[in-house]
Design a protein. Structure first.
Length: 338
């Protein structure tokens, strides 16, 4: 027990965190095997397994970013880097992911350096294509943002030092995918579908969790942040989007990321303690709780309009979500750090 206390930040965190890592390895590696053998039952199972393995890897990476897994920063960093590989976002660095997310928490805003909306508006044909893909439920905006992780070092001065790293990562990942495509085309197709499901799931969870202002100052340190440290603003503009209140275990599908107000109240509370901390804060009546099916309705109804949306507006977000009127915001993933 003393050894565990010296490693894990939470003395009761060893078992849940080891189970989470084991689940990631089982679903990701087992899912790839299921895709490879490509039987009528294993292929769809493999798609779902790989997609969910990547999702849990992303959310556990998020906890690493808060140093909520291990006591030592370097241990959280090592695990976070490997989880970033599994999540398919290691074109960008774990350190950049962590920096952007800390800015999100400290400055109470959505800090970015790339305005994809202005970029699309300046390119009408690409904008039209993106809207068509989004209508067809293909997360084109998220694909654009992840693609920019590769392009950023070649068009942003702040990322120039990452050029060689991005080239190496791109060559390795593209080479491995080409090999899979040659040896097992159905496995390659399954991975593509799993990746699209993964991006869609993360985007759904992100779309309605905040009504923060988007600011393009991620690469500019020292810029004023009007709501920095303002807990009242943070709480009022943060929303908990539980997958289920009746069956809380279903929230593990997103590693309890949906207990978002509790997370923002104490960001270092580990994922496995968030349900209890949520109950401690709110009991059975969280004023910031969003309707799950309302979110589903909004996510479907406004999928094209959301391409250019930047805010929810001044209306009560809980009410607009419940009525299916909230548009939501794209491109807020903590995995795309620029």
């Amino acid at each position: 027990m003393s050894a565990a206390k010296s490693i894990w930040r939470d003395e009761r965190g060893m078992l849940p965190n080891l189970l989470a890592v084991a689940y990631i390895l089982l679903t990701y590696l087992g899912g790839w095997y299921a895709l490879w053998i490509a039987t009528w039952w294993s292929w769809p199972l493999g798609v779902l397994a790989v997609a969910h393995g990547m999702a849990i890897a992303a959310y556990l990476l998020h906890d690493c970013g808060h140093n909520a897994i291990f006591r030592k920063v370097e241990h959280n960093t090592r695990l976070g880097r490997w989880l970033n590989v599994i999540a398919g976002a290691n074109y960008g660095t774990y350190e950049d992911v962590r920096y952007k997310h800390m800015r999100h928490h400290v400055d109470n805003c959505e800090p970015l350096s790339f305005d994809y909306r202005a970029w699309l508006l300046a390119r009408p044909r690409i904008h039209k294509l993106v809207r068509a893909l989004e209508w067809a439920y293909i997360p084109a905006v998220e694909l654009l943002m992840h693609g920019m992780l590769i392009a950023a070092p070649f068009c942003m001065d702040s990322k120039r030092d990452q050029r060689s790293r991005v080239i190496r990562v791109t060559l390795v990942r593209a080479g491995l995918f080409a090999l899979v495509l040659y040896l097992a085309p159905l496995a390659a197709l399954g991975y593509v579908l799993a990746y699209l499901l993964f991006l869609t799931f993360l985007r759904f969870m992100d779309s309605f969790q905040h009504n923060y202002e988007i600011v393009y100052t991620l690469d500019e340190s020292g810029q004023p942040a009007p709501y920095k440290g303002n807990r009242e603003y943070e709480e009022a503009n943060t929303y908990s989007n539980l997958i289920s209140r009746r069956w809380p275990w279903l929230n593990l599908l997103a590693l309890n990321f949906s207990y978002h107000n509790a997370h923002h109240t104490r960001p270092t509370v580990a994922w496995h303690r968030l349900p209890a901390y949520h109950r401690e804060l709110y009991g059975d009546d969280c004023p910031q709780l969003l309707s799950f099916w309302g979110q589903v309705k909004c996510f479907h109804r406004h999928r094209v309009e959301r391409v250019l949306a930047e805010e929810y507006g001044t209306a009560d977000v809980r009410e607009t979500v419940r009525n299916g009127d909230a548009v939501g915001v794209n491109a807020l993933s903590f995995l795309t750090a620029f």
